[in-house]
Write a protein that binds this ligand. Structure first.
Ligand SMILES: Cc1cc2nc3c(=O)[nH]c(=O)nc-3n(C[C@H](O)[C@H](O)[C@H](O)COP(=O)(O)O)c2cc1C
Length: 355
């Protein structure tokens, strides 16, 4: 999808000074990026959640802690003073209530409800590599560990990473215990339940994992402050569309900030999403690759590379400010062009100040 969209640069524009500053839910970010929620970051680097959160804080952008994190909601908040968001998977309503309350108590100001994992995707690569929790020591894992002795030692020294938010949950309720044991999501969680969650969370609430513009508009009407278009990085539903394909249409219908993720590895692709009206882009594997290679320093370097790449792209297309991006800078494939023409509020239009 990214390759099908090309730039139509403007020339003879003063691009000697460029701005990547982005307003998101009443906060000024120095660039239109966030580090998105990924579980088991501690399997890539010791205290991987903290390393990513600190890389985000140093770059001045939000970090989204996953429900499936290896550092608990409370511990991360006590050790990182950057902008922290919490992502919620609903395994059981009671457990969700507890986690929401814990996030509130710990000072998180944005809740991201992920809705594209009602049931787990059939991840053949994980099955082939016998990747599961707790991790199993297959001959391949052992060999890999031996080939990277320092990395393995650092990783296992503090003990195998745990799902910290579940370990510290109150599982006195039998149903909660059963839900924890089964590791299945609550597939009955529907829009009524979204309203239930809205009542529990007084701050910014986003719904992540949408791929349909009408769906997005409806979730906003039901109380969400914004949406995150995502196909979960292509890891959930085989054959799902790219969120880029519904971005312009969603921006025109949702009347609230539309964020996006899945597949972003280059500044130019981030600029394309912003030009189609995305308020910001979440990174998944891009920063995980940096984390796995060099921890916080690696994740920070990925952020610097992407920032430089966005900046360079702005100069190349003759746009001095991310707030000025619009579909006019793009050459879009047929149907997408018609939608973008009709809609096209710029990325700055919906900054989503939550009451
Ligand atoms: C290893 C891994 C773990 C993930 N864990 C979560 C998670 O716990 N919660 C969630 O909402 N999304 C999770 N995601 C999805 C990401 O938030 C995001 O949607 C996706 O990675 C974006 O695609 P990208 O990796 O190509 O940037 C995970 C993705 C990866 C790669």
């Amino acid at each position: 999808m990214f390759q099908g969209i090309r730039f139509k640069p403007r020339r003879l524009i003063d691009v000697s000074a460029r701005s990547l500053k982005t307003s998101l839910f009443g906060r000024q970010n120095p660039m239109p990026l966030l580090i998105g929620p990924t579980g088991l970051n501690g399997a890539l680097w010791p205290e991987g959640d903290l390393a990513l959160a600190r890389a985000a804080a140093n770059a001045g952008i939000p970090f989204v802690l996953s429900t499936a994190s290896n550092l608990s909601i409370e511990e991360l908040a006590s050790r990182c003073n950057g902008e922290l968001w919490f992502q919620l998977y609903v395994v059981h309503r009671e457990l969700a209530s507890q986690m929401v309350q814990r996030a509130l108590n710990s000072g998180y100001k944005t809740l991201v409800l992920t809705v594209d994992v009602g049931v787990n995707g059939y991840r053949e690569r994980d099955l082939r590599n016998q990747f599961k929790m707790p991790m199993s020591y297959t001959p391949k894992v052992m060999l890999d560990g031996c080939l990277h002795p320092r990395w393995s030692f650092d990783l296992v020294r503090p003990g195998m990473p745990q799902l910290a938010n579940f370990v510290s949950a109150d599982a006195s309720n039998l149903e909660v215990q059963a839900a924890l044991m089964s590791r299945q999501m609550d597939a009955s969680f529907d829009w009524h339940a979204l309203r239930w969650l809205r009542d529990k969370w007084a701050h910014t609430l986003l719904v992540k994992g949408l791929l349909n513009a009408d769906d997005a508009a409806q979730r906003i009407l039901e109380g969400a402050d914004g949406v995150i278009l995502s196909n979960h990085g292509g890891r959930q539903l085989d054959g799902a569309i790219s969120p880029m394909e519904v971005l312009a249409q969603t921006v025109s219908k949702a009347k609230a900030p539309v964020l996006i993720d899945s597949g972003f590895r280059r500044g130019a692709d981030i600029v394309k999403a912003l030009a189609l009206g995305a308020s910001s882009v979440l990174l998944g594997r891009a920063t995980l690759y940096g984390l796995a290679a060099r921890g916080e320093a690696g994740a920070s370097e990925v952020l610097s590379l992407l920032k430089a790449d966005i900046d360079r792209t702005l100069a190349q297309i003759g746009c001095p400010d991310v707030q000025h991006l619009s579909p006019d800078y793009l050459d879009l494939p047929g149907a997408a062009a018609a939608v973008a023409d009709r809609s096209s509020p710029t990325s700055s239009q919906w900054t989503g100040v939550h009451a």
